[in-house]
Design a protein around this ligand. Structure first.
Ligand code: PMP
Length: 416
């Protein structure tokens, strides 16, 4: 019956995270609102962990998908050429790659961010003939063995023996003035046991799971230079920060770096359908057939909605400004909310901002209170100490204000 959750407890949810925190049964959603079986509405500040940057059931994408299915459009095509894939590739080329002067090719991988990270790491090792990878503390890159090895969080790594990765402190430690790129330079240049010559340097420009640590453009530039000087590939993981989350399409737009490889997933399909890819600079396109296979490379329905997402949001330059307006609103509210918690700090960039409310369980209690009041919001960070505002990028301003007001109330009451 309605709100019956016994089967989840019996068969699934006991070992899962989100569903325990948001203990209800959802039935439908539109835009930035989700609805549960009892008819209750929730403002969504989680957005499928940035897989729903354009909101739930975005009308243009929904219509494109319904039209495609109605016409018996190909649903499953392995990696055969399909009209849907061509539509996506052409739009990605003309709307995203060409205007930025990016020569990269598109490699579709298995449909998760994790799989695309694996492909990038494999390719970097193949191209360079080297094994070691440089990654950063608090980075998150996925859950399979290779991607997991590059992930900073000890809890995610489960104490498994994973090798071949050197982790260096990330930038953005609250402006403490420590230039960790200088530290990396020293490690790379030190023959007395610094680090082995790396195949790749892998980074997020804003660490999504790691607590919304935002690297400065200058730091990213210095890391890119180090990668070039030391013959390593620069891999930017834009799985969470890409597709407009920080404002522009790529999180590194305007930073003056050209990554060798870019990893994307999450909001690529725009509709919540699984899709992932690696952008490969032509200099490094050394794959042989079947070296990185996967049955579900390139979900055809995802191509359809992904093309519609590019058409709808990235054909005109205005969307980045729309995102910036919302980001400014989020920032202004978070500044006020921060005053409720002594020592709280604003984190992140664009529509990937949050509030570090320090350790303990304060952030978790805020999420629970917010949920009871109709707001879905999650935490991130090594100690789950950062409240993470991840609303869809097109959330109507009044709804965004409403959600931020709910968050403010939840923080104030959790502190009291
Ligand atoms: N990289 C980043 C930056 C991510 O945020 C995530 C997912 N949170 C991943 C990789 C892994 O993606 P997926 O969960 O789709 O495997």
């Amino acid at each position: 019956g309605p709100q019956d959750r016994a089967v989840f407890a019996r068969r699934e949810s006991a070992v899962r995270g989100y569903c325990r925190r948001f203990d209800t049964v959802f039935t439908s959603a539109r835009g930035s609102l989700m609805r549960d079986e009892s008819g209750r509405e929730y403002i969504d500040f989680l957005a499928g962990c940035a897989a729903l940057n354009y909101g739930h059931n975005e009308p243009a994408m929904k219509e494109a998908l319904l039209r495609h299915i109605g016409a018996d459009g190909l649903a499953m095509g392995l990696d055969l050429h399909s009209a849907a894939k061509r539509d996506f590739l052409e739009r990605f080329e003309t709307l995203i790659l060409q205007p930025r002067g990016l020569p990269h090719r598109v490699q579709f991988t298995g449909p998760t961010g994790t799989n695309a990270v694996e492909a990038a790491l494999k390719l970097a090792r193949k191209v360079t003939g080297r094994h070691n990878v440089i990654a950063f503390t608090n980075g998150y890159h996925g859950v399979t063995m290779g991607a997991l090895a590059t992930t900073g969080n000890r809890y995610n790594r489960m104490g498994l023996p994973l090798s071949g990765v050197t982790r260096v402190p990330f930038d953005g430690y609250h402006g403490e003035g420590l230039d960790t790129s200088a530290l990396l330079a020293q490690l790379l240049e030190d023959p007395s046991g610094g680090v082995d010559a790396p195949a790749a340097i892998l980074l997020e420009t804003v660490q999504g799971e790691g607590g919304l640590n935002a690297a400065s453009a200058a730091w990213v530039q210095r890391i890119a230079l180090l990668a070039r000087q030391h013959g390593a590939l620069l891999i930017i993981d834009d799985v969470q920060a890409g597709c407009g989350r920080t404002g522009p399409f790529f999180s590194f737009d305007g930073m003056g770096v050209v990554p060798d490889l870019v990893v994307m997933s999450k909001s690529l399909s725009g509709f919540g359908l699984p899709m992932a890819l690696v952008l490969v600079h032509p200099d490094h396109d050394r794959w042989q057939p079947a070296e990185h296979n996967g049955t579900f490379r390139g979900n055809t329905h995802a191509f359809v909605t992904a093309a519609a997402a590019l058409d709808t949001y990235w054909r005109e330059p205005g969307f980045t400004d729309e995102i910036a307006r919302r980001a400014a609103l989020v920032h202004a509210h978070l500044e006020r909310i921060a005053r409720e918690v002594p020592g709280a700090r604003l984190k992140g960039r664009g529509m990937m901002q949050g509030l570090d409310v320090l350790g303990g369980d304060l952030a978790a209690r805020v999420c629970t209170l917010a949920f009871e009041r109709g707001l879905i919001i999650e935490t991130s960070g090594a100690h789950d100490q950062v409240l993470k505002v991840l609303a869809p990028l097109n959330t109507p301003l009044p709804l965004l204000e409403q959600g931020l007001a709910l968050l403010h109330g939840a923080v104030a009451d959790a502190v009291a």
